[in-house]
Design a protein around this ligand. Structure first.
Ligand code: TRP
Ligand code: SF4
Length: 335
């Protein structure tokens, strides 16, 4: 029997190149080796955006379309919507009894979110419990592994702790899922912070090439390199980080950049032989080239089929989650 993996993203709509390089290429590859569950987490969105949910449905559909454009196949994987599997919410409730508040209050991802979204005294109960819901997502399928970016490691650790605790309090029924990290999990956004849709610093897989070009023009570079012939510091420059990603990524199709090119850019920059304007133009062209195959598939994915794919996937997912819940209730002496 194949081992199981589960992963997901909050239903925030279009995916950006951070998701593509960091996670999706990996997800697509894993499809042949594992039984895969990929979840569009709409409930998790409500933890911060419960009152800005007007685009939820279109976001879910856009995300599913992007996933398929990036190589996920509804034939090979179970692609589903979290809220269509209510067992997640039920399991979340059971787990919530087992989780000391300290685990959640210490969660570094929460601290980051509070800082980035200015939530200082606005943290609600649901947001605090974000990792508990995530644990329910993962453990409802008894996933052996979770392919994620580095930013999710803290959450995964809480999942493992919950699994351990459940197993020792009731009965040992859950595996302790492992993280499967990608080679290039951290992708900086255009401003140098982590790439994130909510920080408005992302390059989207399915945007027009002209837009990508405009965005790269404004990307954060070495602030000390003002004139073309100033000697620059490529480490810490976002544009340089993208060169490296383009050369390292394990994307399908041919890579427009190799390691030699990256070293050449490094040299030209540190010696003051290239200006940021040119350097950015060239990078934007490379990125656009790299994204061509994804953009092509995207424009061909049939929007009418998406609903069907998601409903069918959710039915399949629910069957598995229901079985787990049956077992959970039994060991908890519930009816
Ligand atoms: N927290 C994840 C993110 O922000 C999304 C997520 C929800 C998830 N449930 C999950 C990731 C289960 C892995 C496994 O991207
Ligand atoms: Fe970055 Fe290129 Fe400018 Fe160097 S020349 S700082 S690598 S954009």
């Amino acid at each position: 029997m194949k081992k199981k993996i589960l992963s997901g993203n909050r239903a925030t709509g279009k995916i950006h190149i951070g998701n593509l390089f960091g996670v999706l290429t990996n997800w697509a590859k894993l499809q042949s080796e594992y039984e895969c569950f990929y979840e569009i987490a709409d409930l998790h969105v409500l933890t911060t955006n419960y009152n800005h949910n007007e685009y939820m449905r279109s976001n879910i559909k856009e995300m599913a379309t992007d996933w398929i454009a990036c190589g996920l196949s509804p034939e090979k994987s179970t692609i589903f919507i979290q809220s269509l599997v209510p067992e997640h919410a039920e399991l979340h409730l059971f787990f919530s009894m087992l989780v000391p508040l300290g685990w959640l209050e210490r969660n570094p991802t929460l601290k980051e979110q509070v800082r980035d979204l200015n939530l200082q005294d606005k943290v609600n109960y649901g947001l605090l419990g974000y990792p508990v819901l995530q644990a329910a997502d993962i453990l409802a399928y008894k996933a052996d592994a979770v392919p994620v970016g580095e930013d999710q490691l803290a959450h995964l650790e809480i999942t493992r702790e919950i699994a351990r605790r459940f197993n020792s309090v009731y009965k040992s029924i859950f595996p302790e899922p492992k993280a499967l990290l990608t080679d290039s999990p951290k992708v900086p956004g255009l401003d140098g912070r982590k790439m994130s849709k909510s920080l408005d610093n992302a390059i989207f897989v399915d945007e027009l090439p002209e837009i990508t070009k405009e965005k790269v023009k404004k990307a954060f570079t070495d602030p000390l390199k003002i004139h073309k012939n100033d000697k620059g510091h490529p480490d810490g420059c976002v544009v340089f980080a993208y060169y490296k990603l383009c050369a390292n990524s394990n994307l399908s199709g041919c890579l427009p950049v190799n390691a030699g090119k990256v070293e050449e850019v490094r040299k030209l920059c540190t010696q003051g032989k290239i200006g940021c304007v040119n350097c950015k133009e060239e990078l934007a062209d490379l990125l656009n080239k790299l994204l061509v195959p994804y953009r092509e598939v995207y424009s061909k994915v049939n929007q009418e089929n998406i609903d069907e794919i998601l409903e069918e996937g959710s039915r399949k997912a629910r069957k598995v989650a229901k079985e787990t819940l049956g077992e959970v209730k039994e060991v908890m002496n519930l009816w």
